[in-house]
Design a binder for this molecule. Structure first.
Ligand SMILES: Nc1ncnc2c1ncn2[C@@H]1O[C@H](COP(=O)(O)OP(=O)(O)OP(=O)(O)O)[C@@H](O)[C@H]1O
Ligand SMILES: [Mg+2]
Length: 390
């Protein structure tokens, strides 16, 4: 139950008795306080409103009341009724206007009846503040519960996908052994098919593991120096046989402005590049896939700045209105779902990774003509002395 009693600073015992009677009749709970220090203490404990005379602000009174009001939480503004002498009304108003709460000035001598009606209004307003506080507390609890549920889900997924990988590695090892030792052509082709399925299952599990790690905020990013060109060539070579089998040209174009050594997470950058290059090769049947890297603006000599990567293809493209959606989890264009395999996680994971590394990822595309996926990465500042060993 909110504390909505009225605090009344009254030193005079007779006045206090009189006030008690009137308030009791009006059914307003009242606590008479004898001095400013007690008033401030009681305000901290909670109240519906406070009534003071101007004299209360003399000496340390003003600071005590102001500090107590300031210490109130964001939802709380204790209504303050100040009884002022006629002559002091204008002068007093400006002093009180600096207090961080709603002030009502009443001219003394005040009729108890007017005081009671002013206070009823003030206490009603105060009750609404308590309602807001309760709603905020409920919201905070609900948010905490939702966050805990998300964490539990992410933890479960992370554990699960981790546990799935161990037996899968065993299955893949055994299939490899069987392929090596099996001489019969038909059985070998069955085993190779099983191996490809196991490969895509492993990729899917890895993506789910990454995604749940990212969601749970458990993915860590390295900041190490590495040779960018080596990484670019490695990533392309992973796709070279697939591209060659489809007759696609794989092109690498690194602008002269790009530093040879950059600072960042090489493994995560490779993961994004392989995802984008893998998509480009997968969704392209004629022409080329091209990886372009250039500096955003001109980089100073120390290499500090941003790089823009572009993976361009001459493939099936994506309709303009679907483009943004493709970065969501488990989303695939209708035209490609099923036909090309995959789970629709590659772009979602890449987007999370790039954004966690402080970059941006986006795409342009024209259905039937091709797509270009862009992302930016901070190149860091590579000092010459820190060059990695090649
Ligand atoms: N280069 C591209 N050309 C045409 N469509 C693309 C291209 N890249 C992505 N897409 C579309 O975006 C969808 C989502 O891509 P994403 O990489 O997230 O999933 P996926 O490749 O289908 O599966 P996964 O990456 O999980 O194996 C794809 O299914 C496809 O419809
Ligand atoms: Mg993909």
């Amino acid at each position: 139950m909110p504390d909505d009693r009225v605090l009344f600073l009254l030193e005079n015992r007779r006045e206090a008795e009189f006030a008690s009677e009137v308030f009791e009749e009006a059914s307003i709970p009242l606590t008479i306080v004898p001095d400013v220090a007690t008033l401030c203490e009681e305000m901290e404990n909670g109240c519906g409103a406070a009534v003071v005379t101007e004299e209360a602000f003399r000496a340390d009174g003003y600071d005590c009341i102001r500090e107590t009001l300031r210490r109130q939480p964001a939802w709380s503004q204790i209504p303050l009724v100040v009884l002022v002498a006629k002559a002091a009304r204008t002068a007093g108003a400006s002093t009180f206007s600096h207090l961080p709460t709603e002030i009502t000035l009443l001219e003394a001598p005040v009729r108890m009846q007017s005081l009671v009606s002013v206070l009823s209004l003030a206490v009603n307003g105060r009750r609404r503040q308590y309602l807001v506080r309760d709603a905020m507390q409920e919201l905070a609890v609900a948010r905490q519960q939702a966050e805990a549920a998300t964490r539990a889900k992410a933890d479960f997924l992370a554990d699960m996908s981790h546990d799935l990988r161990t037996p899968l590695a065993g299955i893949m090892g055994m299939i490899d052994l069987a392929i090596e030792t099996q001489t019969e052509e038909k059985s070998r082709s069955y085993l190779q098919m099983a191996r490809r399925s196991a490969d895509s299952l492993l990729r899917l599990i890895n993506d789910i593991l990454d995604f749940s790690r990212l969601e749970a905020g458990k993915m860590t990013f390295e900041r190490k120096l590495f040779f960018l060109r080596v990484l670019l060539e490695d990533s392309l070579s992973l796709l070279s046989s697939q591209a060659a089998s489809k007759g696609l040209d794989l092109i690498l174009d690194v602008d002269a402005s790009v530093p040879s050594v950059i600072l960042g997470d090489e493994g995560r950058l490779r993961q994004v590049l392989v995802n984008l290059l893998g998509n480009a090769v997968k969704f392209t049947h004629h022409g080329h896939v091209r990886l372009d890297v250039r500096a955003e603006g001109s980089l100073p000599d120390d290499g500090c700045g941003r790089l823009v990567f572009a993976v361009e293809d001459t493939g099936i493209g994506i309709a303009q209105e679907k483009l943004q959606e493709m970065f969501g989890r488990f989303t695939q264009a209708e035209s490609s779902a099923g036909k090309y395999g995959g789970a629709g996680l590659g772009l979602a994971v890449s987007k999370e990774i790039i954004e966690r590394m402080g970059g941006r990822i986006w795409a342009t595309s024209e259905a039937g003509k091709g797509s270009t996926f862009f992302f930016t990465v901070d190149a860091g500042c590579a000092g010459e002395a820190d060059l990695p060993q090649e």
